[in-house]
Design a protein around this ligand. Structure first.
Ligand SMILES: Cc1ncc(COP(=O)(O)O)c(C=O)c1O
Length: 380
């Protein structure tokens, strides 16, 4: 017996990851990350902390099981009604994480469609959900609706039936910080009798006049027969957990066929309570969303990026230069992650920062100084 063989294989794998730049490192403690998703800084909001603390005293620390067993605390339904109303949608289901909302929803919809179209920049949770669905998945060039139309034309030419399909994309893309063409996407699924799944993980709380997300920002009405939204409470809403907003009949499907819903412990009641408080807060007053959008516009304009509500700022430059920026920021204890191939294509190395209301004025000045003078960097 060779007792070392698994550790040796592990060493070889880690070396290979090092060599190809795929080895992940945890950031050192103490540095402040400029890539937090806590856009509205709700993680520190007294109302959310109070709601969680009160519920913790009432209900204890854990939920005790899956929703289908002992974990169906009544706050789940309250939170579902609240997030459905916030998204102006017909009904909602809550999941333990946003990752599970995506994997469960897509694997369940694999029972209804023949084919998925997936944007090439989709998040890993969407990609994993598509794999779980075991249905054909066609990856389309980023935001290229004409490409999907041509592919559908090709598939339907000479037949009188068209495939049942779902387009899977993000309202606000996590790496690029750009938005999907929602109006065109809705038009396409209406015309060609398909479904649209929009991941609103980053759009929730950041886009739209009152932070309701991509549909509000694009002025699109709900279409319950065609549209499914997913998202997370873990970013702008300052908590943890995922959701799907959809037709109540689709919700029934997710309860039976969403494996990440069925086979995983539900959220602790204290987390449900703080998530609910976040929604109530935004329903009562969306001033906080305006504050974020104002800050985003100010910083974008100061560092020479085009005006947009997107708080995700990818800053492209040569790797040497980005490393220098990283060093300068670190002098103030600010850490901005550098994203290299293969996560992004070679030549598009970037620092990706996300603007939040937790940033202090002195950091903003520092960031503007470091990036501001130098932008136009993509060309160097
Ligand atoms: C686009 C997108 N979808 C889904 C998720 C998963 O959400 P969660 O972190 O709640 O699992 C994330 C973030 O991690 C994301 O960026």
């Amino acid at each position: 017996m060779d007792e070392q063989r698994y550790l040796e294989a592990n060493d070889r794998l880690l070396s290979e990851l090092d060599r190809t730049g795929q080895r992940k490192q945890l950031p050192s403690r103490g540095d402040i990350s400029l890539s937090s998703n806590d856009y509205l800084f709700l993680t520190r909001h007294p109302r959310l902390i109070g709601a969680a603390r009160d519920e913790l005293s009432r209900s204890g620390t854990g939920s005790g099981g899956s929703r289908l067993l002992s974990g169906n605390h009544p706050l789940n339904r309250e939170l579902e009604s609240a997030i459905a109303a916030f998204k102006r949608g017909p009904s909602a289901l809550v999941f333990p994480t946003g990752y599970q909302a995506n994997t469960s929803t897509l694997s369940a919809f694999g029972n209804l469609v023949d084919l998925f179209y997936s944007d090439e920049l989709n998040h890993a949770s969407l990609i994993d959900g598509l794999r779980l669905s075991r249905k054909e998945t066609v990856v389309f060039p980023h935001n290229n609706i004409a490409w999907i139309e041509e592919d559908l034309d090709r598939r339907t030419r000479g037949t009188d039936s068209s495939p049942r399909f779902m387009i899977v994309t993000e309202s606000l893309f996590s790496m690029e910080g750009d938005q999907a063409p929602l109006t065109d996407l809705i038009r396409l699924v209406r015309q060609r009798d398909g479904l649209l799944l929009l991941d609103e993980a980053h759009a929730t709380g950041t886009l739209g006049r009152t932070g309701r997300g991509g549909l509000e920002a694009s002025g699109i009405e709900w279409d319950p027969d065609r549209l499914i939204l997913t998202g997370t409470f873990s970013k702008a809403l300052g908590g943890l957990g995922g959701f799907a907003v959809c037709h109540p009949d689709f919700r029934e499907l997710l309860i039976s066929k969403g494996r990440g819903f069925v086979y995983s412990t539900s959220l602790p009641p204290s987390v449900l309570a703080s998530n609910l408080e976040a929604i109530r807060l935004l329903e009562e007053d969306s001033e906080i969303v305006h504050l974020l959008q104002e800050r985003v516009h100010l910083i974008r304009s100061a560092i020479g990026l085009p005006p947009d509500d997107s708080p995700i700022l990818p800053i492209l430059a040569s790797e040497d230069r980005l490393l220098r920026f990283q060093e300068v920021l670190l002098e103030s204890g600010l850490w901005a992650p550098l994203i290299r191939p293969p996560t992004v294509p070679s030549g598009s190395e970037r620092i990706r920062i996300s603007v939040t209301l937790g940033w202090e004025e002195s950091w903003i000045q520092r960031i503007i100084k470091v990036f501001g003078q130098e932008i136009g960097l993509a060309q160097d």
